[in-house]
Structures are given as C-alpha cells and as structure tokens.
Ligand binder design. Structure first.
Ligand code: GDD
Length: 334
C-alpha cells in the first residue's frame, strides 16, 4: 500500500529521474497509480523521461529551489537518487562530488524538514546509499552492521549522506531510510560504468563496428544485480511501519574478468583478442571485493532478487546487440 492515507493518488518525487534507477522507479510507481514528479538538472544528458512524469529543473547544489519544488509538489514519498555517481570521476571532481552527493542530500533533508513543519504532513524519504561505503571491506559478506571504510571522494560523500539520513530520523523523527544498494545494472546503465561499457563494446566488436575495448582493473569483484529488481526494494522500504536501513544485494560476487567471459562467450568471441589494459581507467584507491548479505531485506521486506548474473549479462548483450545492429545499418547507408 502506498504510504499516502488520502483517497487521491499518492504523490512521489524522484531526484535523478533521468538516471537508470530513476527510469525504472518511475515506471514502477506509475504502474502502482502514483502521480510522479522528477527532478532533473538542466544540463542532464540522461535517459528520456516517461511523459507522464512532471519534471522540475532544480539543482541539488541549490537549497532554495529544492524547497520550492518540495512545497509545490507536496510529495508523500521522496526517492533521492540524484548524485554525481561515478567513482572514478569523483577523484577528479572531489569538491563537486561532496557538494552534490553529500551536501545535496542535506539540502533536500532540510527542505523536507521545513515542509513537514509548515504543513504537518509526513514525507517519507529514501536515500540511495551505496555499497561503495564499505570500500576496503572489513568483512565479507557485508551487512547493515559492517563498518564503513570509504575509498573514494564519492564513497566519503555517500557516508556523509547516510549519516545525515540516520540523524534526521533520530533527531526529528523523520521517516527516512537508507537503501545500501550493491551494484545494479541493466540495458539502461550509463556507458561509463564497466558492465555497460563491456556489453556496448562487445556487441559493436561482434558486428565489426569496433575492434578494441580499453579497460582498467579486471580483478575487481562486484555483487551485480538487476536495477529493475532493486527499485522495488526502494519502494518496499517506504511502505513499512518503521523507517530502517537495508542492504540490497544478490549475495554473489564476480570479477570484471568473469563478466568479460560471460559477455564475450555468449557472443562467441574471445575477449583477450580485443581488450587492452589502460591505466587511465584505474582508480587511485580501488575497492577490491564487494558481496552483500540481504537477509534483512528478505526477512523484513520480503524482497529477493529475481535476475541472476548470467541472465543479467545476457539481457544487456541482447539489448546492445539491437543498438549495434541499428548503428550498422546507419554505417552502411553513410
Ligand atoms: N567504470 C569503469 N571503467 N570501471 C572499470 C573499468 C573501466 O574501464 N575497468 C575496470 N573497472 C572496474 C572499476 O575499477 C571497479 O572496480 C569496477 O570495474 C566497477 O566499476 P563501475 O562499473 O564504474 O562501478 P563502481 O563499483 O565503481 O560503482 C557503481 O556501483 C556503486 C554501488 O552500487 C556506481 O554505480 C556507484 O554510483 C554505486 O554507488
């Protein structure tokens, strides 16, 4: 049941609506009968937004306009997905990342707190926390109890936002939840992230549109799930009686190398003939291995992942093969 107790449809606001998760979450909420509003930066080059979503151009760097949007939309639920979310980029833009990913969350929490105080209406808040917060992980698998050891400016900013979310819950009684999501991918994943970079390149190589794929560290291991499954967990967190924090993961870990094996193998190609190791894609400090334990989410939310590693890789290859085929037709008529 949506959290709004009124008879009119519940209203949700999604920050980062032009991203992969924003896209899947919009569809999920619209299908459940929500009125959906989205926050998109003016300079966004993201995914197309469902025309049923009302978009607002507001920036996480600017508190005044966040307040104005919250007051105007009066959402029952806010899903805060907006961020500078690329780990490698955060080493190049650490202050910007702290501003948007860290302080941006605080600005939004403040806007919600003041809105609640003025109107007396409860707003439920979801914070997109990240498995990157575990960083140089002190134990495997990682749970809600695992100590954080962030390894990038991005992860430091996410740790800050995580604790602000906990603090607004404890200090002001806000219904605020952290979803500690492990990596989640899909055909809508941005091409700068390793899985999509690989499926895009492999399918283009298959059709002769490219010959080389330049990558960094192939030994890094990640717990990769399907973004469509993960947005459901976000919604479930906001439908509970009490706010809480949850790890969302598959419980399996695979290396980048294994992802290459899976993708190139499915296309009947040998990745060793195309992959070039390029140090420019290495990070100054790396997160070597992540694997999550989502027992709490399974027991309390009734959530479990539906798409496994192989199926995920193949789903992404199938979608990118179609894209590459379209590109091949355009090339031919050039
Ligand atoms: N992006 C990228 N590009 N990563 C590479 C490459 C490359 O060419 N070569 C190797 N890698 C390695 C990275 O060093 C990292 O260890 C791993 O592949 C995964 O990198 P990304 O796909 O960029 O994801 P991430 O794990 O750093 O972060 C993602 O997941 C987090 C957890 O959900 C992002 O989506 C974060 O925003 C998110 O919080």
């Amino acid at each position: 049941m949506p959290s709004s107790r009124t008879s009119s449809p519940p209203v949700a606001l999604i920050t980062g609506v032009t991203g992969q998760d924003g896209s899947y979450l919009s569809t999920l909420l619209l299908d459940k009968g929500y009125v959906v509003h989205g926050l998109a930066p003016t300079h966004s080059f993201g995914l197309p937004v469902d025309p049923r979503v009302t978009t607002h151009h507001a920036d996480l760097g600017e508190g005044t306009n966040l307040s104005a949007v919250i007051d105007q939309v009066a959402p029952a639920e806010v899903y805060h997905l907006g961020a500078q979310s690329h780990v490698k980029v955060s080493f190049e833009l650490p202050v910007y990342t702290a501003e948007v990913t860290g302080l941006g969350t605080l600005r939004l929490l403040e806007a919600i707190r003041h809105h609640q105080a003025r109107t007396g209406r409860q707003v439920r808040f979801y914070q997109a926390s990240s498995s990157e917060m575990f960083g140089k992980a002190v134990e495997t698998p990682q749970t809600e109890q695992t100590r954080f050891h962030p390894r990038s400016p991005y992860a430091c900013a996410k740790v800050y936002a995580y604790w602000q979310t906990v603090n607004y819950r404890e200090a002001y009684g806000m219904f605020a939840c952290n979803g500690i999501l492990f990596n989640h991918e899909s055909p809508r994943r941005g091409e700068a992230f390793v899985t999509r970079k690989i499926t895009r390149a492999a399918t283009r190589i298959k059709l002769g549109l490219a010959h080389e794929l330049r990558l960094g560290n192939l030994d890094a291991c990640r717990d990769w799930g399907f973004a469509g499954d993960y947005v459901e967990a976000m919604w479930l967190m906001l439908q509970q009686n009490e706010p809480d924090d949850y790890v969302i993961a598959t419980g399996e870990t695979h290396s980048v190398r294994e992802f290459l094996d899976e993708v190139f193998g499915y296309l009947e190609l040998d990745w060793k003939k195309s992959v070039v190791i390029d140090p420019q894609f290495n990070r100054p400090s790396e997160v070597d291995l992540l694997r999550g334990d989502a027992t709490k989410a399974r027991e309390k939310l009734g959530w479990r992942p539906k798409v496994a590693f192989r199926e995920l890789a193949r789903m992404m290859v199938d979608a990118d093969l179609k894209l590459a085929e379209q590109e091949a037709v355009i090339e031919k008529h050039r």
